[in-house]
Design a binder for this molecule. Sequence first.
Ligand code: ADP
Length: 454
Amino acid sequence: MPTPLTFDALKQQVIDGTVDTVLVCLVDMQGRLMGKRFHAQNFVDSAWEETHACNYLLATDLEMATPDGYASTSWQSGYGDYVMKPDLTTLRPMPWLEGTVMVLCDLLDHHTHEEVPHSPRAILKRQIARLEAMGLTAMMATELEFFLFEDSFDAIRKRDFRDLAPISGYNEDYHILQTTKEEGVMRPLRNHLVAAGVPVENTKGEAETGQEELNIRYAEALACADHHTIAKHATKEIAWQNGRAASFLAKWHKDKVGSAAHIHQSLWRDGEPVFFDPDADLGMSETMRHYCAGLIEYAGQATYFLAPYINSYKRFAPGTFAPTKTIWSVDNRTAGFRLCADGTKGVRMECRIGGSDLNPYLALAAQLAAGMAGIAQKLTLPPPTTGDIYQSSDAPEIPRTLRDAAEALTGSAMLREAMGDDVIDHYTRAATWEIEEFDRTVTDYEVARGFERA
Ligand code: ADP
């Protein structure tokens, strides 16, 4: 689906005075929009060709710290610039902000103008190119789950993230009555996103107090990741405009279920779904079986890209609809992978491992790399598992901690071949930094537990 704004139309809107601001954005390692707010006149006159940003933006954590250990940049190398190259095909209005449009950029080396390999968009584009070389296109969708809270981000931060009150008082899964009370945020979110060219299918209440789900129609992989990123950003901004907070933390309370970002995926050739074979069991073609075998074989190695923080691993708890095992099933929500729409042209695999805190470019790239490895190696798909998979003791586990996932990432010959050593070393450093920071931290839990009684 093309975005609803061309560069020529933008030039006219600048002349008309309907647009005065262009957000020129890159996507950082955490999947956030970072960049600059351009006066629209300056953008259409010159910045549309390129602008610049400090290269530390692909070497920071959520707090904008500057950890050592990255080969690409450091204090030693002086933290130079990257070129931000606007991808004008991503130009779109941001109707929830007055007179404002946005564009996503690719990141290029300042001197060689080569694409920066560890940029999330570049990582996904590389996997898409590998797939294209096989004559295939990936159609993907991510489901965004998040929690809405009664108060604003600013009020919550000022009271140290304590006494968090979700927007509803009860589990609102599929509830129409409760979600009517949340339309102040959710209705503009749906409508503004559609006007921005993000094809929203629906929103619904999810299975916890204050939990929401936003579903976007499947699209080619890069567009899917762009949609996810813009939708997540819009959710936070529109919540903020309404005096509310929206959190994509994977697990914000130990007694509440976590939030996921399930990934639906299918492969196509010349507009036809190659995952579908009407004569095969469950309608799953040989190609689909090999692809899914790759997803399962390499699930542990890909988990870091689905669960990038210490907190992400708190979500994998039995009895919460979050998976604990890297096996597949037919329409069974206790498995890491769930076959959807079996026997139909829409047959696809849903990966349920990813949390709402994932970076969609990295997550989709890791899924495609694993699936392509499955096809290349003609891996055999084991039979589907049935019943309560939480109780299935011999099934392989999803890595239990970020430490385990980081080890699987750095040791992954498959991901190193698919993405390059530099990329894997870069994200291994991002993972070990998260672990080091957490290991240094004294948590509320430790103080409350031991202050008097230890
Ligand atoms: P469920 O509610 O069972 O999870 P939905 O019908 O709501 O499933 O679809 C979930 C997501 O899957 C939607 O975002 C939809 O666009 C996407 N989807 C549908 N068909 C395909 C397909 N062939 N390939 C990839 N994604 C798909």
